[in-house]
Design a protein around this ligand. Sequence first.
Ligand code: 5GP
Length: 181
Amino acid sequence: MEKQYFSYNEIHTTIQNLSKKVQESGFDPDIILAIGSGGLISGRILKTFLGKPLYVVSISYYDDLEDGTGVPKLKPLVQQWLDKPTEQLKGKKVLIVDEVDDTRKTLQVCCELVLAYEPAELGLLVLHNKLKEKVGRLPEKLHYYFAGLELPPHLWAVYPWEVEGCIKEHSTLADKMLTEN
Ligand code: 5GP
């Protein structure tokens, strides 16, 4: 799969631009809700620009072995949720943050869980949206959707927080890709 490398600097700039889009939209969230682990760093950077409290939940993919076909199906699993969800979400303007909107299944699960607590408004912000047919559906009650960059469907984004090797080499590659595009 074709890869695209993203540096911390580029991600910081993307979030800065996204925060301007949020402010220009008129949406003034009470809280930022980052989906871990991919949305953690983006959520933290967004907090710098929006100045709102940051909460964190954790949703990750697991193999569902019970779909009857013998083929494992990937489903998002909530590993950690808020400690006082009614207090933290009910009547609040909530901005959910994740790094990438791929199949959209994770975002659907998270939106549905938040909507169960009747927030006043709901927004979604992702660094990257892959332009593809989505499996997950966004709820009608979603008021705002912000994406930093649109990516082609076949592309795999490599984020700096995933790098096990040399981060400087990763950043150099990311900068090179940025100037070539
Ligand atoms: P979903 O398919 O539910 O939209 O995305 C699920 C998760 O898969 C994302 O939160 C992210 O952790 C991971 N993912 C999907 N596409 C990519 C990608 O291009 N790069 C990386 N690093 N993770 C991805």
